[in-house]
Design a protein around this ligand. Structure first.
Ligand code: NAP
Length: 292
């Protein structure tokens, strides 16, 4: 794939990345190796996912040069705060088996969800510690994840180094138009997690719209989802286990959805939302000690 977005520091990033989260918390090195072979060069992980080690192993085994790939990882809520960031980052670096990270993110804006009154101060403190990692040359650029406009504004008003991306749950049926527009207005690339709605079944009107458009364009529903995001200036990071799915998710640059169809998808009833809200719920994840 040779389609790129330009980040606000002038660097280029592939328009589609590869998501490495797996609900089973198993070693997905083989899957990532296939993704490299398929042509993906931008990989999303997080300390929470326990896939940093698999990603590091796959990249090493592939023989691909470090400068050819973009590695993005995130610190989790229990790694926030000035005293924790450096150690959290070193742990990630060890698991990734590299000496720098391309994009380092705060995973979640509010450490204890709705009870967290002091989230603004903690976000800034964490961000400042991450800025130090950039100054030391260990991190190339910084990003955010699940930051809605009021969270992002706090960072933009108090940072020395601006975030280049903000990762949000985005797909037809949960397109968060205001959050996306706020990112674009501030030269932050919106990135879509669960761009395919994580395959959640929905026998709703929303699903019927997607089925209709898939038939109209002769593409799969997943390709319609990805195309919709790209045409809105969003960077999707689909996760796939099979080579066939990986390839199909990149094969989206030779057709275009009409303006009317984009409008219809933008106005779809809410569909396939994961129900994790940055101001309220903290995702509850189990852990596999073998991967940590
Ligand atoms: N920042 C955050 O808080 C956050 C939260 C969640 C996820 N993420 C990131 O976003 C990435 C993607 O999100 P996600 O993993 O939740 O879900 P997703 O990418 O929306 O969906 C993955 C599902 O779609 C299926 N699929 C993929 N390509 C397909 C195709 N062409 N045709 C049919 N089915 C297809 C996959 O099946 P197969 O596996 O069988 O191919 C899998 O079941 C994650 O891996 C992670 O890196 C970030």
């Amino acid at each position: 794939m040779n389609e790129y977005y330009t980040l606000n520091d002038g660097s280029k990033i592939p328009k589609i990345g590869f998501g490495t989260y797996n609900e089973e918390f198993c070693d997905n090195r083989e899957v990532i190796l296939q993704a490299i072979e398929c042509g993906y060069r931008f990989f999303d992980t997080a300390s929470l996912y326990e896939t940093e080690r698999s990603l590091g192993n796959a990249l090493r085994e592939s023989g691909i040069s470090r400068s050819e790939v973009i590695i993005e990882t995130k610190l989790w809520i229990d790694e926030m705060g000035a005293g924790n960031v450096k150690k959290a980052f070193e742990r990630s670096l060890t698991r990734l088996q590299t000496d720098y990270v391309d994009i380092y993110m705060i995973h979640w804006p509010r450490q204890t969800g709705a009870d967290d009154e002091d989230w603004k101060a903690l976000d800034i403190e964490t961000w400042n510690a991450m800025e130090d990692l950039v100054r030391k040359g260990k991190v190339r650029r910084l990003g955010l994840s699940n930051f809605l406009p009021h969270h992002l504004k706090n960072i933009l008003e108090n940072c020395s180094i601006r975030p280049v991306v903000d990762q949000l749950e985005l797909h037809p049926g949960y397109s968060q138009e205001r959050a996306v527009q706020y990112c674009l207005d501030n030269d932050v690339i919106p990135m879509a997690w669960s761009p395919l709605g994580r395959g959640r079944e929905n026998a709703t009107i929303g699903n019927s719209i997607l089925v209709r458009l898939a038939e109209k364009y002769g593409r799969s529903i997943q390709q319609i989802n990805i195309r919709f995001l790209l045409q809105k200036g969003i960077l999707p990071i689909p996760k796939a286990s099979s080579y066939e799915h990986m390839k199909a998710n990149l094969d989206v640059f030779d057709f275009e959805l009409s303006e009317d169809d984009i409008s219809m998808l933008s106005c779809m009833p809410q569909t396939a939302w994961l129900e994790e809200h940055p101001d309220f719920a903290i995702p509850d994840r189990k852990s596999n000690p073998a991967n940590v």
